[in-house]
Write a protein that binds this ligand. Structure first.
Ligand SMILES: NC(=O)c1ccc[n+]([C@@H]2O[C@H](COP(=O)([O-])OP(=O)(O)OC[C@H]3O[C@@H](n4cnc5c(N)ncnc54)[C@H](OP(=O)(O)O)[C@@H]3O)[C@@H](O)[C@H]2O)c1
Length: 286
């Protein structure tokens, strides 16, 4: 079985490396070829265009920044959809929004291509260690086909429901991450302004009942005011936008998420976009 992989950024490069480690035959493409060099050295075959990847693949995985990139790579010039074989499977791991995932599923279906949306929980380290959790939306038979591929890149796959439903769950998860990180940052900024040391605040709160457990992984960043990228802040802002689109479409009011989205946007404008999303603290404490 040949796997095509397009999108070799922070997450995709590590996921693809795990497929290679599991002896899958891999054809790869990325907009910037330099990010593919390590994988090529490890045995992956480079293709010059997404269309070329698709010609050879039985399963195609995409791990791209946002819906615009997915649309460009699938339907744009030299996009993969026209050359992907009938009967093959496209797994999109990019974080998009549910109606976009369903639109892609419908486009694939017109060409007799199966589709699973499978955004991931976990970041750079979990991607490297094959410890991701996949939130998958798709048909049961396709889930069976994809199971060993997911197992090579992750610790668990949650089959959430039909196409678009994996993405629906991902919206809910990232909304929690984004808003809680901003709320926590505001609290620490208040504590510091009242004369409490940051170290004392972080030690008192992290690990206790009011702080979400993931903050333990961000403690050093906040202590040192350095935010080495795991999950880029600019993609967290994008995910809040994805959640806002989903909420608009479902008629749900999301005042906190929308306010957070704008705070993250201001942080992007202030130059924090390519830092880890925990840099929202660096932005808010100023
Ligand atoms: N990092 C995390 O912790 C994490 C966790 C869960 C989910 N995610 C999601 O996973 C996806 C990838 O994230 P990442 O962290 O790997 O981001 P990243 O390092 O910025 O990688 C983004 C990828 O998308 C490609 N891309 C962006 N715009 C493009 C365009 N217009 N045309 C073609 N390719 C384009 C990039 O190509 P270039 O290399 O040429 O720029 C790169 O391959 C995102 O949807 C993100 O929300 C990330």
């Amino acid at each position: 079985m040949k796997i095509g992989f397009i999108g070799l950024g922070i997450m995709g490069s590590r996921m693809a490396a795990n497929l290679l480690k599991n002896d899958y035959s891999l054809i790869i493409h990325n907009r910037s070829k330099e990010k593919a060099e390590a994988l090529i050295s490890a045995g992956a075959v480079w293709a010059d265009t997404p269309a070329e990847v698709a010609r050879q693949a039985d399963i195609l995985i995409t791990m791209l920044a946002h819906p615009e990139a997915v649309r460009e790579i699938s339907e744009g010039e030299n996009g993969f959809l026209p050359t992907l074989k009938a009967g093959s499977l496209w797994i999109d791991c990019s974080t998009v929004h549910p109606s976009f995932a369903r639109e892609m599923a419908a486009m694939a279906s017109k060409r007799n291509i199966q589709y699973i949306d499978a955004p991931v929980a976990g970041s750079k380290n979990q991607a490297a260690g094959a410890q991701l959790v996949f939130f998958a939306g798709g048909k049961a038979a396709d889930m069976e086909t994809a199971a060993p591929v997911f197992a090579a890149m992750g610790q668990k796959t949650v089959h959430v429901g039909n196409q678009g439903m994996g993405t629906a769950l991902k919206m809910v998860v990232n909304l929690q991450l984004a808003t809680s990180m901003a709320a926590f940052s505001e609290g620490i900024a208040l504590g510091e302004s009242l004369g409490l040391s940051r170290e004392m605040l972080l030690n008192a709160l992290i690990g206790g009942p009011v702080a979400p457990p993931y903050l333990a992984m961000k403690k050093e960043n906040l202590l040192n005011d350095t935010y080495p990228v795991e999950f880029p802040l600019q993609w967290m802002q994008k995910d809040l936008h994805m959640a806002a689109i989903a909420a608009y479409e479902s008629g749900t009011a999301m005042p906190l998420a929308n306010l957070s989205k704008e705070i993250y946007r201001m942080a992007v404008q202030d130059g924090f976009g390519e830092n880890d999303f925990s840099a929202i603290f660096g932005f808010m404490k100023k």
